[in-house]
Ligand binder design. Sequence first.
Ligand code: SAM
Ligand code: SF4
Length: 326
Amino acid sequence: MDSYGRVADDLRISVTDRCNFRCIYCMPAEGLKWLKRDDILRFEEIVRLARIFVARYGVRTIRITGGEPLVRVKLEELIAMINSIDPTLDITMTTNGVLLRQKAQALKDAGLKRINISLDTLRMDTFKDMARSEAFERVMDGITASREAGLWPIKLNMVVMKGHNDDEVVDFARLARAEGYEVRFIEFMPLDGDNIWTNEQVVPSRRIQEQIEDLFPLEPVIDARPGPATRFKFADGTQGGVGFISSVSQAFCTTCNRVRLTAEGGLRTCLFSLSETPLRDLMRSGVSDDHIAGVIETAIWRKEEGHMINKAGFIKPAKSMSQIGG
Ligand code: SAM
Ligand code: SF4
């Protein structure tokens, strides 16, 4: 628990800082300086930390992310190792989808429960513009492969950027209805590697919601546990749904239950933290689980009250989203 009474029971684990895309809101075109192999947590180290979080603090949701998690070799083995801590854990993954045709079945068999696939556009030219990749069709096929493998429900993450893909919002709502996906519209956050973020490029969630409701009235979904997304189903009973992650226009910091582990083993209590608690070298120095747990508890107790975007004094973290693990 942190000093504001929030309980961190949603652990996000980044398994790599590398990626095969260069999304304009995340990474520079030329990439970033990658971590060295030895600096990245080994599977055994990730599992040791995951076990501490599950056994001692009751973490129930573990999300695997990156960079692009599927560029980490044999990732399905890590999923199986985490699943063996407790097969009822809600293990999910956020991926750009490009390797899912090869990997979806193995991930499902290893114990992955659900998947979020990032898809910002349904147009090939916009895909090239935003992901700086030619792999649009492979991503679409990856979504199909996930479905065929029984990774369901599928959530699609769309980062909405003014002038790039904000004219596709209604098309995504149509897709959600046609295929039964939950599409989550995410506000562009100042975590890009190119420092291009400005408030003018953010499309506030309420604008997106208005556009959708003009055609498809929505009904709120009341979740037992509040999450970052405000979720809706379609009022006419059609399958699928939409969600809004309004990190910029309506921050959800007061109910934030997330904690993040970077690929190099840094514990981050907020996406916008300006420092993190390094756990890798501590683990490698041979200390006990009790000792590590003490360090984790102190770090979480100090979790920030909230982020400062749009407030005087906001400082953009030095790391981009791909280096943190979104
Ligand atoms: N590579 C995987 C992917 O793209 O799904 C996982 C890592 S990616 C950093 C996780 C999520 O963060 C993706 O859905 C991505 O769209 C989102 N993201 C990245 N940069 C962002 C930004 N500046 N603002 C909002 N969302 C961002
Ligand atoms: Fe890669 Fe995901 Fe960042 Fe895009 S958002 S560059 S796919 S890590």
